[in-house]
Design a protein around this ligand. Sequence first.
Ligand SMILES: NC(=O)c1ccc[n+]([C@@H]2O[C@H](COP(=O)([O-])OP(=O)(O)OC[C@H]3O[C@@H](n4cnc5c(N)ncnc54)[C@H](OP(=O)(O)O)[C@@H]3O)[C@@H](O)[C@H]2O)c1
Length: 374
Amino acid sequence: MKPTILLIGVGGLGSVILEFLAREDCIGQIVACDLNEERGTALCNLARVSAVAHGYNPLICFIPLDINNKAAVIETVRKEKPDIILSTASMQTWWLPDLLPPEQAALIKSAGFGVWLPVHLTLTMKLMEALYELNYKGITLTAPFPDVVNCVLDRLRLAPTCGVGNLDEIVPKVRLLAAERLYVPLEEVRVLLVAHHALESLVYGEPTDEVPPYFLRIKHKGMDVTEAVGGSELLFAPYAIPPGTAIHFLTAGSTIRLIRAFLSDEEVLLHTPAPEGLPGGYPVIVGNRSLKLASIEGLTLEEAIAINERSHRFDGIERIEADGTVVFCPEASEVLKTALGYECTRLWPGDSEERAKELIARFKEYAKSHGVIF
Ligand SMILES: NC(=O)c1ccc[n+]([C@@H]2O[C@H](COP(=O)([O-])OP(=O)(O)OC[C@H]3O[C@@H](n4cnc5c(N)ncnc54)[C@H](OP(=O)(O)O)[C@@H]3O)[C@@H](O)[C@H]2O)c1
């Protein structure tokens, strides 16, 4: 029997993933879940007719589900028996600061992405608590800020299998540019990258003086061509993509390839954020429903982890402590304190929901005071 995938969250990212999944022959059934039944059902209907128009015939159904309702999560997973659970559910999307007037948007964004951690952590944590209670043994993939969220969850013994997107959105750019520069087919070029979420905005955005640490190797037919092809230069070469949610196509493409690999009998080299709850992102070998870290010539696992731990601060996070408490960089916390009146220098996971609600409310108020209502 073909596998079932449970997709929780069909918002901006989840709805694009749904459309892509609907065109995947390796999937038996897609069970989509979200809070709003009317919207979710309409999105599933759209995915179904679009896929049929495209020449596919997927099995898709929608089930209303609130991750805050642990019993309902457990019941849904028990009933549907998914092979893979993929969650994109979060308490707030990531692009709202872009709606602010330019000066305020620049101020809020100067704090980095990490200060928004509670809005990304809360639901993933609740989902994983339910899945661990159920002793769920399938594959769990998560989209909300996995480079940090899943690392916090690992400290709580709640780590998902891995995250999706992030550093794997950098790899295709480097592969494409390297293949073009070498005049060789894309298939002959392999990239190995250790990098954090914090690097991505620099790869597709404005260059800055200080960049997060990373490790990059580019190979052509097994030969290391990193230097010859100008690896670091390719990483930061201008490569304009549309701003905002258009990048969901990139995340969704990467996610589908990962899902395909998990369901295949053959192992492939891919990249994922937070494999087994590690901080940041790594090359991984995926296949036969499992994942392992790829060995990297010239770099130990300890060195790779250190690169990602040093990168946290480029997202405004100083460190993650042994009990999962996250300590924010003082300058990052200060931005939100000054602008929103939101004070958070340390986040203990148990306080995440309360802090997320406060942050969302204060940000809404701030946006309203600058003429933006959402
Ligand atoms: N890893 C990556 O590369 C990558 C790329 C893009 C985005 N992301 C992350 O992915 C997450 C989703 O982003 P997005 O733009 O898709 O956000 P979004 O449009 O707000 O979608 C989130 C969805 O989760 C739903 N939801 C909220 N609370 C829920 C609950 N209690 N139970 C079940 N569903 C719930 C929302 O429903 P309502 O709208 O009804 O509240 C919404 O449909 C964010 O954390 C974002 O940072 C990651």
